[in-house]
Ligand binder design. Structure first.
Ligand code: NDP
Length: 306
């Protein structure tokens, strides 16, 4: 049996090298090189062409090389009997938390603004107690980010689907908890998975529930955000600014209004990137477990979509 690697928009060779180093005897094909679809039981993927897995009658596992699985689940033709796995990795989690911390500090202390202005004109001084951070999504990444911010002295709240208890963090859940969560959040951070429930969640009606002048950080997926609503809210002053790491179209097209908007700060999907060398063990361990008919790690519930 062989492994298929489909890697769109990322360099497949680094993954090939990492996989071969971990498991030198593996039979590995990089899509679309010639191979017999019957042979493939395990696919390691990032943004596969939709419908492609229909060609693989013996496919048992589709493994995402990232924490998110929206790129897999959004394919309506995913064979229903395959298992889907995702990456959970300490370094990926830590990188996300520190990236968010740096954005929050930069926003609060106006560091990039001062760099950009090149004039001696201090903006109003802000300190920790002036901000209340609200994190949407308290999963692996959201919980760690909440704990990092809280341990750095910030007031932190979090919102999730089910009830959570996290020391030092005020928690809210479900649709009922959303309004209370939003009403005191001055910096809103989106760390939700992209699902049919969370798509377009960052919209005008939600922004209007935040205190005037709140700030948005989206490090989850571009499809969470209704872009024209963000522009309207920024222009009306309901939001004071936004840091966006993810976009509906990546790379963000040159003509996109976000590039020129003075209140939009863009990073090119770099919040936290999987290091192949760090995660190849879990990918190959799951491959072995699949062959030995043992339970896999980090399985995603297809029905839940994350
Ligand atoms: P998890 O699956 O561990 O956590 C998801 C969280 O979102 C859970 O707390 C879940 O609630 C909550 N949630 C899901 N649906 C809803 C809903 N409808 N209403 C309220 N809460 C909801 O995901 P991770 O933390 O590992 O990752 C989050 C996302 O971050 C990924 O899906 C990916 O899109 C993005 N990401 C971005 C990166 C970047 O570089 N920009 C890098 C890596 C990931 P509950 O706990 O109750 O189930």
């Amino acid at each position: 049996m062989s492994v298929l690697l489909i890697c769109t928009g990322r360099d497949p060779q680094v993954w090939v090298n990492a996989i071969r180093e971990q498991q030198p005897d593996i039979k590995l094909y990089v899509y679309p090189e010639a191979h017999d679809p019957q042979e493939i039981k395990y696919a390691v993927t990032w943004k596969h062409p939709k419908g492609v897995f229909n060609k693989y009658p013996n496919l048992e596992v589709i493994a995402s090389i990232g924490a998110g699985v929206d790129h897999i689940i959004s394919d309506p033709e995913i064979p229903k009997n395959t298992l889907i796995t995702r990456i959970i990795d300490e370094q990926l989690t830590r990188d996300m938390s520190t990236f968010i911390l740096s954005l929050v500090l930069d926003k609060m202390r106006n560091i990039s603004v001062h760099h950009g202005k090149k004039t001696w004109n201090p903006l109003p001084y802000q300190t920790l107690n002036d901000e209340k951070i609200g994190i949407m999504g308290l999963g692996v990444l959201g919980k760690a980010a909440a704990q990092t911010l809280s341990s750095n002295g910030f007031k932190v709240a979090g919102w999730s689907k089910s009830r959570k208890q996290i020391e030092g963090v005020s928690t809210y859940h479900g649709e009922r908890g959303l309004q209370d969560f939003l009403k005191s959040t001055s910096i809103l951070i989106c760390l939700l998975p992209l699902t049919s429930e969370t798509e377009c969640i960052l919209k005008k009606e939600l922004f209007e529930q935040l205190p005037k002048g709140a700030y948005l950080i989206n490090v989850a997926r571009g499809e969470h955000l209704v872009e024209h609503d963000l522009l309207e809210m920024l222009d009306k002053g309901q939001l004071s600014g936004a840091s966006l790491d993810v976009f509906r179209t990546e790379p963000l097209p040159e003509e996109h209004p976000f590039w020129k908007h003075p209140k939009v700060h863009i990073t090119p999907h770099i919040a936290s990137v999987t290091d192949p060398k760090k995660v190849v063990f879990q990918l190959m361990e799951n491959y072995k477990r699949m062959l030995q008919r043992k339970p896999l790690m980090n399985i995603v519930e297809l029905k839940k979509e994350y």
